[in-house]
Design a protein around this ligand. Structure first.
Ligand code: GRF
Length: 213
């Protein structure tokens, strides 16, 4: 079993989907948040999981927060860290110390649209496709190698809200599956390359909304 920590800053709907799916080989030992008001902490408590806050607003400097977060995590000593709507950029040395052991989900078809507000940005650009990506985390933001994507066709009447709603359904589907593949040892990352059972892969596994529905 992989001792797994899930990090959240907000509502934690992905956290809930992961708790409900109970990915194999995964023992969720704690939920950690930088935000004491995150509803994800309540979800953790309701599930009987340790809910730990490292409250960003109580530290005098960014580096004090970084040190406290690193100390908290070192005490838990996880095998896998799952970022699920954790909205703060992690220090490079923190990321390096869990390299190959940390996953994130980002609402775009990476490498397209890193950063915030992806739904309105893809609509403004007139894109035909949007989606979400599970990737290994590297120090560069939203840039680690992708392992799974969920892709949706943009509809002419989509708004950021309707598009987000469909993409998020895809997140709840693929994130537990991706976690299971990493926790089982099927997917690994070494030197920035993802291996599927020791075979290097250059493309994520892509699930289409039309097929999943
Ligand atoms: C998700 O949509 C994810 O793509 C992004 O943050 C959002 C978190 O939502 N990284 P929730 O807290 O899981 O509801």
């Amino acid at each position: 079993m992989m001792r797994t920590v899930i990090m959240v800053s907000g509502s934690g709907t992905n956290l809930q989907a992961i708790l409900d799916a109970q990915p194999a080989n995964t023992d969720i030992v704690a939920v950690v948040s930088d935000n004491p008001g995150a509803f994800g902490l309540t979800r953790a408590q309701q599930a009987g999981i340790a809910a730990i806050t490292v409250d960003y607003s109580t530290f005098e400097s960014r580096s004090d927060f970084d040190r406290a977060l690193a100390d908290t995590m070192a005490e838990i000593n996880p095998d896998l860290i799952v970022l699920a709507g954790f909205m703060r950029i992690l220090a490079d040395d923190f990321v390096e110390s869990y390299i190959g052991k940390m996953l994130n989900i980002h609402p775009s078809l990476l490498p397209d649209y890193p950063g915030l507000n992806t739904y309105s940005r893809v609509l403004d650009a007139g894109e035909q496709w949007h989606g979400t990506t599970v990737h290994f985390v590297i120090p560069e933001l939203d840039a680690g190698p992708a392992i799974m994507q969920y892709r949706v066709a943009i509809r002419p009447d989509d708004t950021p809200e309707t598009l987000a709603q469909r993409v998020q359904q895809g997140e709840y589907l693929i994130y537990p599956q991706a976690i299971e593949r990493v926790a089982s040892g099927q997917l690994t990352m070494r030197d920035g390359v993802v291996y599927n059972n020791d075979e290097a892969i250059t493309q994520p596994d892509i699930i289409d909304e039309a097929v999943a529905a």
